[in-house]
Design a protein around this ligand. Structure first.
Ligand code: ADP
Length: 342
C-alpha cells in the first residue's frame, strides 16, 4: 500500500478542527488511590496535557505513541465525549464548550468515532437495521427512507443488503468493524476519530479496512484522526503524523518528512524499532532506557528527559514548547525538544 501522498494542508486551507491548549485530567477516586499512588497525595492523571493541533478538511492525521500516553483520551475529547479540564476544541470555528458553542446535535452528526473493539461498541441486542437506524435518526432521516439508506450504507462498506436483520455476533470481526463504519457514516459526518480500529483484526483484514477508510475519505472528503500504536499503519494511512508522549505532542510533521527525518529522540527510537517501514533510517535500533513515567507525576522539564540519551541540564529544568523546526524544507515540522530549539 502506498503512503498517503496528497498534500492536504496548504497554508490557505482553513482547519476543520483546532485544539487550543487542550487538557483532560482525571481525578482518581479515593478507592483506587492506594493501588496507584502509594505514598503520594497527588490524585490527578494528566492524560492530555496541553495539545495544540489542527486537522484540515480531507486529511488524515495519524496519532501515535506508547500505550497510556493519552491518545484515546485526546480522541474522545476532540469529539466532545469528554469535557476538557482546560482549553477548548473548535470545530468549523465554533467552540465545543462555553459561550457560542456548537450545538450537540450538529456535533453528533458531524463528528463521529470508530472504536477499537466493534463488538463491545455495537449493542448485541440490536440488529444492524436498529444500530444504523439510531444514527440515521440523528440525521433526521424519514422513516420511509431508512431501509434504502441502510442498505446503501451496508453496500458502501462492503456488506450485503440481507445483513440488515442480523445481530453483531453473526458477523466476523472485520464485518463488525464495517458495521461500525457504516454507523459512523450514517450521520453524514465530516470528521471521524478512528481509535485503534485495526488492532482487534487479522493483518489481511486490516488492509481491507484501511482501503475502505481511504476510499471513503476520497469519496466524501472526510477528515480522520487516526489513532494507532502501530507506526507502519500510521505511515500508510496518514498525511501527517503526530507523536504523543505523556499527554503531549512531541513531534508533528508530514508523514514522509517525519519518517525520513525524525528529529525528536523519542520519535527516532520508536521508528528505529520498525526497519521494514523505516528503510530511510539505517541506524541501529535505539532502545529507550528507563521506565515510562506516570502521567500522575510527569517529570519536571522535558517529560522525556528521564529516558533520553541526549538529556542536558536544561532538559531537567525547563519544559520545551512545541515549535516549528527552523529549516525551510521542513515546513510544517514541529518538535518539543531543547536539542533542536536551543
Ligand atoms: P492511550 O490511548 O494512549 O493508551 P489513554 O488515553 O487511554 O492512553 O490513557 C491515558 C492515561 O489516562 C492513562 O494513564 C490512563 O490510565 C488514564 N486514564 C484514561 N481514562 C481514564 C479515566 N476515565 N480515569 C482515570 N484515568 C484514566
Amino acid at each position: 500500500m502506498p503512503v498517503a501522498t496528497n498534500q492536504k494542508t496548504p497554508e490557505n486551507n482553513r482547519p476543520l478542527l483546532v485544539t487550543e491548549n487542550l487538557k483532560k485530567h482525571f481525578i482518581i477516586e479515593e478507592s483506587l488511590l492506594a493501588k496507584y499512588l502509594a505514598g503520594t497525595k497527588d490524585r490527578v492523571v494528566r492524560a492530555v496535557d496541553g495539545i495544540n493541533m489542527k486537522i484540515f478538511p480531507g486529511e488524515t492525521l495519524g496519532l501515535v505513541g506508547e500505550s497510556g500516553c493519552g491518545k484515546s483520551t485526546l480522541g474522545r475529547t476532540v469529539v466532545g465525549l469528554y469535557e476538557p479540564t482546560e482549553g477548548n476544541v473548535r470545530f468549523q470555528d465554533k467552540p465545543l464548550w462555553g459561550q457560542g458553542s456548537i450545538s450537540n446535535m450538529i456535533l453528533r452528526r458531524q463528528a463521529q468515532i470508530i472504536f477499537q473493539n466493534p463488538y463491545s461498541s455495537l449493542n448485541p441486542r440490536h440488529t444492524v437495521r436498529q444500530i444504523i437506524g439510531v444514527a440515521l435518526d440523528a440525521r433526521g432521516t424519514k422513516s420511509i427512507d431508512k431501509e434504502a439508506e441502510t442498505v446503501g450504507l451496508l453496500r458502501r462498506v462492503g456488506l450485503r443488503s440481507d445483513h440488515i436483520d442480523r445481530y453483531p455476533h453473526q458477523f466476523s470481526g472485520g464485518q463488525r468493524q464495517r458495521i461500525g463504519i457504516a454507523r459512523a457514516l450514517a450521520t453524514n459526518p465530516m470528521f471521524i476519530v478512528a481509535d485503534e480500529p485495526l488492532s482487534s483484526l487479522d493483518v489481511s483484514v486490516q488492509a481491507q479496512i484501511i482501503n475502505l477508510l481511504e476510499g471513503l475519505q476520497e469519496e466524501y472528503g472526510l477528515s480522520y484522526l487516526f489513532i494507532t500504536h502501530d507506526l507502519r499503519v500510521a505511515y500508510h494511512i496518514s498525511h501527517r503524523v503526530a507523536v504523543m508522549y505523556l499527554g503531549q505532542i512531541v513531534e508533528i510533521a508530514e508523514t514522509d518528512m517525519l519518517y525520513k527525518n525524525p528529529l525528536h529522540p523519542y520519535t527516532q527510537a520508536l521508528l528505529s524499532a520498525i526497519p521494514s517501514v523505516n528503510a530511510f533510517h539505517r541506524g541501529e535500533r535505539i532502545i529507550i532506557e528507563g521506565t515510562v513515567p506516570t502521567p500522575i507525576n510527569p517529570p519536571k522539564g522535558c517529560r522525556f528527559h528521564t529516558r533520553c540519551k541526549y538529556s542536558m541540564p536544561i532538559c531537567e529544568e525547563k519544559e520545551p514548547q512545541l515549535l516549528p523546526v527552523d529549516i525551510s524544507e521542513q515546513k510544517g515540522h514541529s518538535i518539543r525538544c531543547h536539542l533542536h530549539l536551543s
